[in-house]
Design a protein around this ligand. Structure first.
Ligand code: AMP
Length: 284
């Protein structure tokens, strides 16, 4: 596996690969890699001739210095994980490479980024959109891969890629969970053992609620009430938001029915976790 840290070298490598007819799959990450990331790598490796993974902890998308400083970093382990999955290039630009002195442009993601994560983390999606556009311009991939765990993020990226005519397909990959249903996240390593056990209730409760919505017409307000009451009743969690949105447009839905997704953000101590479950078509 090749490690590239300059934008110019990354662009050159990608252009040469594509000149000889290779397709390039791309997975942007912030490192602290786990099996959720690995699933995206495997998908790209199986579908594209070449796969590039980037590792860059993007300060623009963090809302607090403390969260940025506490974000886990483990480059040696990350290199081993990426290599194991057959990744061809690890792109690891420095802060100065991404945001050199005088950098001043920003992408504003618009209304799709204004509720849920966007509302509770002001500026977050502008930071995400800006770094993803920069990374896409560096890697120039044929297809980029994003996880459905970050449900709104995928929608924001699709919007930006479409709006700015970026010639890259956006593919989403289902959420990878641990054996008890907890969505894998780099932030899980910061949970105490007690909170880790309790955090598994997020998916258990979301799945129960979604199952009920599949068979009984349920107002979104009832979904919100149930999650906000029941999760803190059995765990130390503080619920930041629960929203039921149309799975395609991400607009708030009044009824939690087929074609909608329940999205949540909860806190365990100083660790913030997000998850979502699509209600989807009724189970046969
Ligand atoms: P991050 O390093 O957290 O920025 O994530 C990089 C990419 O991996 C994003 O597209 C995430 O949505 C995706 N990802 C993170 N965790 C998971 C997971 N548990 N399952 C699937 N994709 C994930």
């Amino acid at each position: 596996m090749k490690i590239i840290s300059s934008v110019a070298e990354m662009q050159k490598w990608s252009a040469e690969e594509q000149k000889v007819g290779h397709t390039v799959g791309f997975v942007p990450t912030m490192g602290a890699l786990h099996q959720g990331h690995a699933k995206l790598f495997v998908r790209s490796v199986s579908e594209q001739t070449r796969t590039v993974v980037s590792i860059f902890v993007n300060p623009l998308q963090f809302n607090s210095e403390t969260d940025l400083a506490a974000y886990p970093r483990q480059l040696e382990k990350d290199i081993a994980i990426a290599e194991e999955q057959g990744v061809d290039v690890l792109f690891t630009p420095s802060h100065a490479e991404m945001y050199p002195l005088g950098f001043s442009s920003n992408i504003s993601a618009g209304p799709i980024a204004s509720h849920m994560e966007g509302l509770h983390r002001p500026g977050h999606f502008d930071g995400v959109a800006t770094v993803v556009v920069k990374l896409l311009n560096a890697v120039a991939p044929t297809v980029s891969y994003f996880g459905e765990k970050d449900f709104q993020q995928v929608a924001v990226i699709r919007q930006v890629v479409r709006d700015l005519n970026i010639p890259c397909e956006v593919t989403s990959v289902p959420t990878v969970r641990d054996q008890f249903g907890l969505a894998l996240s780099s932030r899980n390593t910061r949970l105490t053992a007690e909170h880790l056990g309790q955090a598994r209730q997020i998916y258990i409760l979301l799945s129960e609620i979604a199952e009920k919505c599949r068979t009984h017409e349920t107002f979104s307000s009832a979904v919100k009430d149930r999650f906000t009451t029941e999760l803190p009743a059995v765990t130390a969690a503080t619920v930041e938001y629960v929203e039921v949105v149309d799975s395609n447009t991400l607009q708030p839905a009044q009824i939690a029915s087929n074609g909608t997704t329940i999205c949540v953000a909860v806190w365990f101590g100083d660790v913030r976790l997000i998850d979502n479950v699509s209600i989807g078509p009724a189970l046969a």
